[in-house]
Design a protein around this ligand. Structure first.
Ligand SMILES: *[C@@H]1O[C@H](CO)[C@@H](O)[C@H](O)[C@H]1NC(C)=O
Ligand SMILES: *[C@@H]1O[C@H](CO)[C@@H](O)[C@H](O)[C@H]1NC(C)=O
Ligand SMILES: *[C@@H]1O[C@H](CO)[C@@H](O)[C@H](O)[C@H]1NC(C)=O
Length: 334
């Protein structure tokens, strides 16, 4: 059994390294263009200014690239019909903890690799899975590369919802994972109702027009999933987010770094797993697997699906890293 797994793993690495995998899945065969849900760029959105500042962003600038996208809290796109959606509402979860995605045609293989890496970052410590669009799928994220910044809506909207990754700028694994976590239902950490216990917002350094970027959400709109505030979150703003003068705007009360955009934090994983009813069975004695993610299929109940109460058995991935490609592998070829 172990030997078999090893062979599969080795074959997969060879296959993956050859670049032969196809993130489009079956969707490439379909010529129909998606009819995207209507989105609302908001009254202050300035297309030229956004695309220019995103294009000229440099790592190490002290700001996260997605903060420059000119939308609510930088990169949160709102639905034109439904307004904003929030983390607390399980009806916006993805059924079977599986986000269905479709890539806008013309994406380069390098760009696809980055999207795949971002998905792997998320899968590494959670039961979240991704699978390519198939004909007939109703709800999915449509990953496009228009020059409008890096942004996403929050949670599953119903229909084809865009995630935008501006070409030559946003295709970096961390920021892509950040946008996908929005689509999975995450808001920004600093908008937590209790954030004032953890960070000081220095309005002296913020343009008044940008005060609303620092609005807190209410306890009805935001949940820490019992895990708590997380300075290390991939969803945390950086220290000088929306600064008008380069001085710090968010000052943690502890001596910690904020605004990292390289990895999904431990608490991010825990929140994702609570949200999607996943638990990690470190000593699964079913014989077939030793430790893996399980999912109790209550998340994603909605008028559109009937998986309510389904007890899925997902080959998610784990921190031990034994099966780092399982989620995509199963979904892309299964
Ligand atoms: C969820 O899983 C069930 C059972 O495997 C399947 O019938 C259903 O189509 C899945 N739903 C989605 C949206 O993938
Ligand atoms: C992105 O660009 C495509 C192709 O130009 C266009 O059809 C689509 O409407 C754009 N999406 C948004 C949200 O602007
Ligand atoms: C807020 O920013 C101003 C201007 O940079 C600075 O003088 C002040 O000390 C800051 N306040 C805190 C609590 O850091």
């Amino acid at each position: 059994m172990q030997k078999m797994k090893l062979i599969v793993a080795v074959l997969w690495s060879v296959f993956a390294a050859s670049g032969a995998f196809d993130l489009f899945g079956e969707s490439e065969k379909f010529s129909d263009l998606p009819s995207l849900i209507p989105v609302n760029f908001g009254p202050n959105y300035n297309h030229d200014a956004v695309s220019r500042s995103i294009a000229s962003w440099k790592p190490g600038s002290g700001r996260n690239i997605w903060e420059l996208s000119g939308l609510r809290e930088g990169d949160i796109m709102d639905s034109a019909d439904k307004g904003r959606n929030v983390i607390i509402d399980p009806k916006n979860n993805w059924p079977n903890n599986t986000m269905v995605y479709r890539l806008m045609s013309g994406m380069t293989s390098k760009e696809k690799m980055v999207v795949k890496e971002a998905m792997e970052l998320i899968m590494q410590g959670s039961c979240m899975k991704f699978r390519p669009y198939r004909h007939g799928d109703r709800d999915y994220v449509y990953i496009q590369y228009n020059d409008t910044g890096c942004w996403s809506l929050v949670g599953r909207q119903g229909g084809a919802q865009p995630v935008n990754l501006q070409r030559d700028a946003c295709f970096i694994p961390g920021p892509v994972a950040h946008e996908l976590l929005h689509a999975a239902g995450f808001e920004h950490q600093h908008s937590a109702p209790d954030r004032d216990d953890y960070v000081y917002i220095n309005y002296t350094n913020i343009e008044e027009a940008d005060y609303d970027q620092f609005e807190k959400l209410s306890a009805n709109e935001y949940s820490e999933m019992g895990v708590g505030y997380d300075y290390d979150s991939l969803m945390h703003y950086s220290r000088s987010a929306f600064s008008k003068n380069g001085e710090d705007t968010i000052i943690p009360y502890e001596d910690v770094e904020i605004g990292q955009q390289e990895y999904v934090s431990d608490k991010d994983y825990r929140k994702l797993n609570v949200k999607y009813n996943c638990f990690y069975d470190a000593d699964d004695d079913s014989g077939a697997h030793h430790s893996e993610w399980h999912h109790e299929g209550t998340g994603g109940s909605s008028p559109h699906n009937s998986e309510h109460g389904n007890t899925g058995h997902n080959n998610g991935n784990n921190h031990a890293g034994g099966n780092a490609n399982g989620g995509i592998l199963t979904n892309m070829f299964g």
